[in-house]
Design a protein around this ligand. Structure first.
Ligand code: AGP
Length: 615
């Protein structure tokens, strides 16, 4: 789940360009970062076909590498690396193999430091490759799986030289030997080309005027261009005078399919907010109105697919799984339709009942979550129809699915998902209303939700949440209770609290309280009660009373106050859509709890990354 970035082109500040690119990709992993630039590179001469005029005396023409542990944050690059270069590759890491150290930070080089590799993914057979390369005399400097790649290429290239084969084919052969889901970007100091290849992990190429960019995902290249090429699995691209796309393993040339990204660069900037998390929370009313106004057709088609299908299954991970769970309740209560739900990583143990008449609705912000991508691939093999609700154009899930609804929430940079969840709920609610022939009602509920969220974002209300955060900041545990649809609300609220403020929080169905969880309640234990004005209200209030008598501190979130609440955070009553303002209250509480607990960067919670591309 790392961020990789590469640049080759007319500008001679390649290292700075890559550095800025990594900053934009840092939500993909922030354990360490590194950049390699090609020293003494000549300006990229498109006319000369990329051949650099520098005499390639091996050692001297290697790479200058800067690697650091920790986040880039507001660091700057050391001047040495900044040396004028037209080619550079970089990486921001989410550690999987090998601890967090400078030695394990990317880029990794071959023995002669002429091949620099950055990698995203897991090389499942790296142990045996490493053993074999060590036998052949290669010296390893790290414990990573990645480092086998530059040594493999070096090994192949030596062999290739004998047979006059190109550096590119040496990279191709090396990549073909890797097992697992991987994306690599490779630079070779004597050459002025970058070679990149992928299977499973995302890669996008950005086409600029006289310059080329390669990155793990679109926000990385938006600053420079909106013309993009999303690599398919088993593809390799050579970036030099022009772009050459080949298929793997054989190396057959493929005609590139370029796309124009519909995101603008300012969308990937903080826009005056302290953190992307807060910015994205404040973007939610516009996201809701956009869906209410423009999603009739797309949601109508999804409703028709569900109507026709013989069994519909929704799946997602983390926040997306809670949207899918909420969808199950919305389809049941609004459309009287049974739509199943499963956590993505568990679905592969459940999908034996899928048939070609089944519909799989995969929900994902990034479209790259491996625990969604893999079960979708398996379901496709069973002939299932795949519909996707996602936020990223050109992502793996986008290309896997037969029918796709883009959430239109704009780039989501904070690791903690907020506007993507609200958009997922809006699409599912509108779809359920459409299935029940009440589309108008659905659109009205979304417009009301946008108003309801704006009320919550008012300063006086936010100050109320800030005060509660101050009162809760020392708590070790927080419990969140909800019933029915609000069980999904409780789980999402809990996840926000956990991943943003790092407080142990647990969400559960109110009815489960007396079956065990109540044993955890003691004097002062904060319990958040999700209490919409619906059929669950009386029962969830009884649950609140049951924990109150054991000393719990009760926080009520909903349209109707109650004497059992020690603190009440009112929301609008928007019937089936009340989940939306309730979750926004929980998002804000999580954010201000993080600040109150001195968490420096709520955008990048410890140990997490924005899209989980490894199993
Ligand atoms: C949510 O705040 C988390 N970032 C995480 O649980 C996320 O929802 C999960 O990894 C799924 O990501 P996706 O929506 O991109 O598939």
């Amino acid at each position: 789940m790392c961020g990789i970035f590469g640049y080759v082109g007319k500008q001679n500040n390649a290292a700075q360009i890559v550095f800025e690119g990594l900053k934009l990709l840092e939500y993909r992993g922030y354990d360490s970062w590194g950049i390699a630039t090609k020293v003494k590179s000549q300006p990229f001469d498109f006319a000369q076909g990329g051949k650099s005029k520098v005499k390639t005396t091996k050692e001297k023409n290697g790479f200058v590498v800067e690697r650091r542990v920790g986040k880039i944050g507001d660091r700057t690059l050391s001047s040495k690396v900044l040396a004028n270069s037209h080619l550079a590759v970089g990486h921001t890491r989410w550690a999987t193999h090998g601890g967090v150290s400078v030695a394990n930070a990317h880029p990794h080089l071959d023995c002669r430091k002429q091949i620099a590799v950055v990698h995203n993914g897991i090389i499942e057979n790296f142990q045996e490759l490493r053993k074999d390369l060590i036998k052949k005399g290669h010296k390893f400097r790290s414990q990573t799986d990645t480092e086998v790649v530059p040594h493999l290429i070096e090994e192949n290239y030596n062999a290739a030289l004998v047979k006059e084969k190109s550096f590119t084919s040496a990279v191709r052969q090396a990549f073909n030997k890797l097992k697992g889901l991987n994306a690599i970007v490779v630079a070779y100091s004597p050459s002025s080309k970058i070679v990149a290849a992928k299977t499973g992990s995302p890669l996008v190429v950005g086409i600029g005027d006289g310059e080329l960019f390669v990155a793990s995902d679109a926000p990385g290249i938006l600053k420079h261009t909106r013309k993009a090429l999303f690599l398919e699995d088993n593809q390799m691209v050579i970036l030099g005078k022009d772009i050459k796309l080949i298929s793997l393993p054989k190396g057959k040339e493929v005609k590139p399919k370029f796309q124009i990204l519909d995101w603008k660069f300012n969308q990937v900037e903080k826009g005056g907010f302290a953190h992307f998390l807060l910015k994205e929370i404040y973007e939610q009313p516009a996201v809701l109105e956009n869906i209410a106004l423009y999603y009739d057709d797309s949601v109508g088609k999804l409703a028709a697919l569900i109507d026709k299908a013989f069994g519909t299954f929704m799946l997602g991970c983390g926040t997306a799984s809670y949207a899918a769970l909420a969808g199950t309740y919305l389809f049941s209560r609004i459309a009287k339709k049974h739509v199943n739900f499963s956590i993505g990583s568990e679905f592969k143990y459940l999908e034996d009942y899928l048939t070609p008449r089944s519909l799989l609705i995969a929900i994902s912000q990034s479209g790259e979550t491996i625990d969604v991508v893999e079960p979708v691939e398996a379901a496709k093999k069973k002939g299932c129809k795949i519909a996707a609700i996602l936020n990223v154009l050109g992502s793996t899930l986008y290309r896997q699915s037969d029918y796709k609804i883009l959430l239109g929430a704009g780039p989501e940079k904070a690791v903690v998902g907020t506007k993507s969840f609200i958009a997922m709920i809006a699409v599912l609610l509108l779809c359920a209303c459409t299935l029940a022939k009440m589309k108008k009602k659905g659109k009205l509920l979304l417009k009301e939700s946008a108003k309801g969220v704006r009320l919550i974002l008012r300063e006086d209300f936010v100050n109320k949440i800030k005060r509660l955060a101050e009162d809760l900041k020392k708590q070790k545990h927080i419990y969140v209770l909800g019933r029915g649809l609000s069980y999904a609300t409780a789980l999402e609220a809990t996840l926000k609290l956990k991943e943003t403020s790092c407080i142990h929080a647990e969400g559960f169905a109110g009815g489960e309280l007396k079956h065990g969880v109540i044993a955890l309640i003691e004097n002062g234990t904060p319990c958040i009660i999700i209490a919409p004005n619906d059929e669950t209200y009386n029962d969830i209030i009884s649950n609140a009373q049951e924990v109150k008598v054991r000393g719990a501190f009760i926080i009520g979130i909903g349209p109707k106050d109650n004497p059992v609440f020690d603190r009440f955070l009112p929301t609008s009553d928007i019937k089936d859509a009340t989940i939306i303002p309730q979750v926004v209250v929980a998002q804000l509480l999580a954010y201000y709890l993080a600040l109150a607990r001195g968490i420096a960067d709520p955008d990048k919670p410890r140990n997490l990354a924005k899209s989980v591309t490894v199993k």
